[in-house]
Design a protein around this ligand. Sequence first.
Ligand code: GLA
Length: 507
Amino acid sequence: MRGEGPRTGRVPLRRATCAALLACLLLIPGARAQSLSGKWAFSGPALMLDDGEVNKTVLELNQAGASLTGRLRGLGGSFGVSGTVNGKHFELFAPWDRESAFVVGDLVDGELHLSEWGSPLIGRPAKSDDEVPTVRYIEPPVLHTVPYNGLATTPPMGWNSWNLFQGKINDRTVREIADAMVASGMRDAGYVYVNIDDTWEGIRDARGFLQSNHKFPDMRALADYMHSRGLKLGIYSSPGPRTCAGYPGSYGHEEQDAGTFAAWGVDYLKYDWCSAGNIYSDAQLQAVYQRMGFALQSTARPMVFSLCEYGRGGVERWGSEVGGNLWRTTDDIRDEWPSMIANVERQVPAAPYAGPGHWNDPDMLEIGNGHMTDDEYRTHMSLWALVAAPLLAGNDIRNMTQATKDILLNRDVISVDQDALGKQASPRRDGDLETWVKLLSDGSVAVGVVNLGPAAKAAIVRAGDLGLAGVEKARDLWARREVTFAGGEYSASVPSHGVLLLRVSAK
Ligand code: GLA
């Protein structure tokens, strides 16, 4: 396996691990009931994908006294494990987190009883056919430029299921979200893509066609539902054999899956690296993404192509060459101030590569998910608009507070994000204040002053610093009122973690 690392192994293997661990645990022979050494195969309801496919995982363990070492293998890849045994109790740690065990369990009557994510699992000794299928290496294509598909002339806007719902998403919820997108005014404000993230995948039929699982009984009908409401449907897959949540990916089925998505009426594909990192190196990222880029275009159905590989391999330099309309520049966002700020700042070096048709993506919005203050969410929205980021809401649209609505539906802020020039602002730091300036197509500028500090601060915006000789008109986009530049400057107090966001036009 190549390219193994925390990012590639983490999520897929957590799920794969559970399944494999169960089966593996059952391997413990009665005669050696106190040793965990051996090969264990995991299977069982908690390790089963929807529609019955077992996410097979094999754990090989060596016990020496109280110490455990070993390797966990699944279709998503493999990683070394280590841990300890204390009486009948054991804990295993993965290489990317030495602090908290990813699995804990007990040896009970020759069985390993585990708990992962609150779900009980039972392990038995592996049988001879309990082996992870070998993944055939497929040489990626020679590099060729995929022509631009003409989509995403401004950053894509919509909603995505992952940030809030993760695996708890189904057809009914997606339809309810779609209805709420219409009723709340989100659609009319520009949020048109309704994107199903990971965990919709079922198994492949005898001819290799990927089915949706029981949570999504009829994707074609779901796409029709979206289209009848003026919305578009997005879907998710991986260039690897497994997605990040351990579901089947498009590896070896790229053209077939692109055809399936087109036949369903899908309008947008998020394509997430995940287990591809166990097969390919970062040097092969471009060719691997290019394969799906061509596959999508060969369907003749326009589909936005969203690259999700966490900014590896300088994706901003080649993302548009593979037909990408947006590419993640960072690891996953969390609904926390430090994560949100780190993600937007991490994409600063990629600024020159953003523009109409191809955007840097600091990840989906967390606005309304409850772990930041409204000031912080206003800053989140402002920064995403200033850096021309895709605006993919990640909250429960059916159930929004007025404050969340006011943030997501602020048309002035949306128009900064959606400006036709497509420039990505860059920051300038002065103590606790960080100022982002974005040139807009009508010659005006958007300027955001973010207070990164713990206390309110006075922000001063000077026309000269914005490259403007004089100010004709200025609007505070959150206060929703015109403001006056006196003597070429405007000053306002900005709360801790808040933002002053102005749109300023020159004389
Ligand atoms: C990765 C991606 C997330 C989400 C999950 C789904 O972590 O970065 O945005 O798609 O996979 O498993």
